[in-house]
Design a protein around this ligand. Sequence first.
Ligand code: FAD
Length: 491
Amino acid sequence: PVGLVWFRRDLRLADNAALYDALRQCAQLYCVFVLDDSILASLPRADRRVEFICQSLAELDQSLRSSSGRSDVGLIVRRGLAQDIIPALARELGAQAVFCNDDDEPQALARDAGVRRQLRAQQVNFLPSKDHRIFGRDEVLTQSLSPFSVFTPYKNAWLRKITPFYLSSYPSERHLGAKLAARPEADTRPVPSAAELGFAAGTLDGLRLPTGVSGARQLLADFLPRLPKYQAARDFPALKGPSYLSVHLRFGTVSIRELARIAYEAAHNEDWPPQAREGAATWLSELIWRDFYFQILAHHPHVTERSFKPAYDAIEWESGPEADALFSAWCEGRTGYPLVDAAMRQLNTSGYMHNRLRMVTASFLVKDLGLDWRRGEAYFAEKLNDFDLAANNGGWQWAASTGCDAQPWFRIFNPVTQSQKFDAQGQFIARYVPEVAALPAKLRHAPWLAKPIELAEAGIRLGQHYPYPVVDHAAAREKTLARYAVVKSSS
Ligand code: FAD
């Protein structure tokens, strides 16, 4: 039979579940990626993710040719709506089955249901596989077979269930070249660039963010020597602590099975000192958080619009022109709190933000500025290269205390204390907020507390070179406690 492999968030040939299933079942294969207008239309005109995808697709296309040694094979890239393109292409190519990796995001489920309906009418099978997480929505459940809503018991159950089977790679490149069919003549053009798709070009290239499978390999090779120190370094944004692999996990240019296997084996490697094993176990735990939020979204799709805990929908957030001005200050990194501003500027200029700072800035938006978490969530969704609905929503609801296993509502990060603790030398601040870099390190956390002479010596005039704080943390804290009082009885 002839199969069509539809690539979506899995832009690699190695260890790809759908490709492996297709190889096992079909004698001839075609590979397609749809530049879906329903997604592209909603993106800002300058979008690093579109560039990331285009560059990664070009590499995938080239890898298909290399695996077969033939120039007539490659990735078919078509633009339009997946619901139209996939059934039409299946008919055109005479495919009996469409293979893809599943996706539990509500929009993806709706799209796939539409495609499945169309294909069924053509008597073509639609065969999704599980690929981008270790355990699917119903594979890790409580004893009463309901989904977990607290992380630690979920993680313990995850660790009890894990076996080498779940961590082993699919040999999806074996014999691939021999089964690839020649592309239709009309599809032999090169993968379009972001500019050709109508997006502003050039924002990604300056970032040294390597794309495609080769980019993921480069970042992984760079991270592995740091894995033993992950636990010690991961909370300090000025250090090169984490892996920076999130964007590759997002687009599937690296396999989650490979990463989880590396983490699991290192965490159990008796040759490693306990602290190093601890580093690997902590990294594995982060990968389990990823699975955790995927299953939360799958079981509770209402979280995309409302609080996980319904009582929290009664909270009244600040609104009106003053709230809008505070929101703009937060987005643009001019709140007067240097760590918050440094983090937002990191996001705006690179599309990445360190995990500790995602927690700090999210907490600041909700609990210092009193703004609806959904405004911050939407801003992150627009800016993050690694934006993933499940993790982003989970992170925001955690920070806003509205989610599952969230930060208790009365726990409010102090942005200055966070700064003193996690950027003690003010190095990260100096990198992104040069306005305060001339101050001695200990004054960079709260410049408004510096003496006039100290400010003068650094050549800084507050309110002119750098803003005064847009809110007073102590007063904001009291307001937040009052705001959240409506949910007191339910927590
Ligand atoms: P590493 O520290 O190297 O972690 C390895 C991988 O584990 C990450 O790549 C990621 O896939 C996963 N991971 C780590 N922490 C988490 C977590 N808390 N939840 C889920 N997965 C996690 N992560 C995203 O991938 N996309 C998002 O849109 C996203 N939005 C967030 C929003 C907020 C408000 C918060 C608090 C966190 C968010 N995270 C998100 C989680 C986390 O901040 C990023 O995954 C991490 O910073 C990515 O950097 P890294 O790859 O260097 O991470």
